[in-house]
Design a protein around this ligand. Structure first.
Ligand code: SF4
Ligand code: ZN
Length: 345
């Protein structure tokens, strides 16, 4: 006989929650999942009434579930938010073009407007072009830096108060592990924060900070949500892959490992002597940067000068090289600051 739902609702359980091991029926799982996200949102006071919030939407499972849950909670608990979907088109044929079709369907299914910004319009380069020039070694560095800034630019154009992203507990635990292994104290300090960027750029928050990836997949599956599940064709990211595999092994032995690692990251104290970067603005594009010239501008300079390695490596060396070669030939436009309306302000 099928076990009964642990909540005592009387229905048969159809799943075992990865996070707690509880046997639940479908409806009680949805309720538990959504309520936990709501509790995370309220405990961290993520939103204020009347805020205009962009959901960073890629068409993947995390952002699709996030858009769905944000809409649901906004109505159920009357957050009073105005929502918009914000997508970045990196220009990856056979991957992003297809996933953007999913986002367009989500726009219609959820009735949330959608804005799409492309690398090609912003930087004059698609990821397809970048990979042709840099190969498959550092492509994710370019892509990650450009995406980060592209989201800020999109948010500035829309005039939103904040961006929510679908980063889940597994992503954050992975990042903690990677930053520990690299000894990157500055990032280690920031990576467990539920909200970042409150001191200048447009705030970003992670309502799924404590939500397990397995439960997001389960939620999407049982809700029959329309999402895109193919991996990026340029995804090497071997280092993160190892961190991910390591965490999956730990999770198999003890389900709470993921949350435990996040809690460890949160409670690590940083010695006073550890140097943390201070945020300023990029002298070229005016976006937020801890260096005189932001990483996006240096990477773009490298691409435009046919020296893609210019922006790769230690930031002090990168700044030096960028200064030395500044003004050398470059036929494509520098990050176009004309579209910047909010930026670091
Ligand atoms: Fe960009 Fe790399 Fe992610 Fe592909 S895997 S979307 S190239 S960051
Ligand atoms: Zn810049």
């Amino acid at each position: 006989m099928a076990p009964k739902c642990k909540t005592g609702c009387g229905k048969n359980a159809i799943l075992k929650r990865p996070k707690t091991g509880d046997a639940l029926c479908r409806e009680c799982f949805f309720w538990a999942f959504e309520t936990e996200v709501h509790n995370t949102v309220t405990a961290a006071r993520l939103f204020r009434r009347g805020q205009y919030v962009a959901v960073a939407a890629s068409g993947g499972k995390d952002s699709t579930v996030l858009a769905h849950v944000m809409k649901e909670l906004n109505q159920r608990y009357d957050y009073g938010l105005r929502l918009v979907l914000l997508s970045i088109d990196e220009g990856i044929t056979g991957y992003r073009d297809d996933s953007l079709e999913t986002v367009k369907r989500n726009r219609d299914q959820y009735g949330i407007p959608l804005t799409v910004l492309s690398y090609e319009d912003l930087y004059g380069w698609t990821m397809d072009d970048i990979v042709k020039q840099v190969g498959l070694r550092n492509n994710c560095t370019f892509c990650g830096v450009f995406r980060r800034q592209a989201l800020d630019r999109g948010a500035a154009q829309l005039g939103v108060d904040q961006i929510v992203t679908g980063h889940n507990a597994d992503d954050i635990a992975e990042t903690v592990v990677m930053n520990v292994l690299r000894g990157d104290i500055a990032r280690l300090q920031r990576c467990t924060a539920i909200s970042t960027g409150t001191e200048g750029s447009i705030p970003r928050s992670k309502p799924f900070k404590y939500t397990y990836e397995k439960e997001i997949v389960m939620y999407a599956y049982f809700k029959k949500l329309d999402y895109f599940s193919t991996e990026c064709i340029y995804s090497p990211n071997a280092y993160r892959g190892y961190a991910r595999a390591y965490l999956k092994d730990l999770e198999a032995i003890r389900a709470t490992s993921i949350i435990d690692i996040i809690h460890s990251g949160e409670s690590l104290a940083v010695r006073d002597a550890a140097r943390l970067p201070t945020q300023g603005t990029c002298s070229r594009c005016q976006y937020i940067s801890s260096q005189p010239v932001c990483k996006a501008c240096v990477l773009l300079q490298g691409l435009n000068q046919g020296r893609p390695r210019l922006g790769i490596g230690k930031s002090s060396k990168v700044q030096e090289r960028a200064r030395e070669t500044e003004g050398e030939s470059g036929d494509r436009s520098e990050v176009d600051s004309a579209t910047v309306t909010v930026g670091a302000g």
